[in-house]
Design a protein around this ligand. Structure first.
Ligand code: UDP
Length: 239
């Protein structure tokens, strides 16, 4: 289906933080249900949706490494955490009647398919939601970077980054009431001003390949549907 944007296939990045919802840790079922309902709605319109799931509600490698754990090992723990979120989302999506496949960058054949890009595309063409877990399968990366890389490899037209704020601001809107929101930004501006969109690795990957990033408030009612349809929402980073 073609909408405002003409996007036919998108990657939706869901942070692990969102999965925790009101809870400190773990998974808030009400949140995952809402995410699944929203994704089901856009899939029924014929838009192909792949999801990259974060793991910040479970484990962040960098935090543990600051406390003395070997960074590589801590990051693998972080990647495994994302898979738990993937399975939760898969369950709620299937209860909505949406066909899904989880593909992980770390092989775990009882639980998920291996990441095979051409197969992922095939699933999407059949109207299945593909949920990518375990990031890129490599330490020192983030699931934001995985979202950018997966979007490029499966030829998605945009990365939609759901966050806790309704776009990108010149300063933290939770701390500074005078913070100004950007409607549009250039990649270079994000990098030079150090704006909080995605980490620099992810942003430069998008910049080098002209892949648009949409930053929007994930839990705002109807926002996922609007973002996937390419309606004006949040902040768009592009050129
Ligand atoms: N991670 C990694 N390589 C990747 C993706 C993730 O090492 O390609 C690890 C890293 O430790 C990270 C954790 O997995 O802290 C959880 O992912 P992330 O912090 O990106 O989740 P989010 O912030 O989206 O909840």
């Amino acid at each position: 289906a073609m909408h405002d944007s003409g996007w036919r296939r998108v990657v939706l990045k869901l942070s692990g933080e969102a999965f925790a919802g009101g809870d400190e840790l773990g998974i808030d079922a009400a949140v995952v249900e809402y995410l699944a309902e929203s994704i089901a709605a856009v899939v029924s319109e014929g838009i192909q949706v792949a999801v990259v799931v974060g793991g910040g509600n479970m484990f962040r490698g960098a935090d543990m490494s600051e406390r003395g754990m070997e960074r590589g090992r801590a990051d693998y723990m972080g990647m495994l955490g994302t898979v738990i979120n993937c399975l939760a989302l898969q369950d709620f999506l299937e209860r909505q009647g949406v066909e899904t496949r989880v593909q992980t960058a770390i092989h775990m054949s009882q639980v998920a398919e291996a990441y095979i890009p051409r197969r992922a595309i095939r699933h999407l063409e059949k109207g299945r939601v593909v949920i990518f877990g375990a990031g890129l399968g490599a330490p020192f990366f983030s699931t934001d970077t995985a979202a950018a890389q997966r979007a490029l490899e499966i030829e998605a037209q945009a990365v939609l980054k759901g966050t806790q704020v309704d776009g990108v601001y010149d300063s933290d809107p939770h701390r500074n009431s005078g913070a100004v929101k950007f409607d549009r930004l250039d990649y270079n501006e994000v990098l030079t001003r150090g704006l909080k969109v995605m980490d620099a690795t992810a942003v430069s990957l998008c910049m080098d390949n002209g892949l648009p990033i949409v930053v929007f408030d994930l839990m705002g009612k109807g926002n996922i549907v609007r973002a996937v349809r390419g309606e004006k929402i949040g902040t768009i980073v592009g050129r």
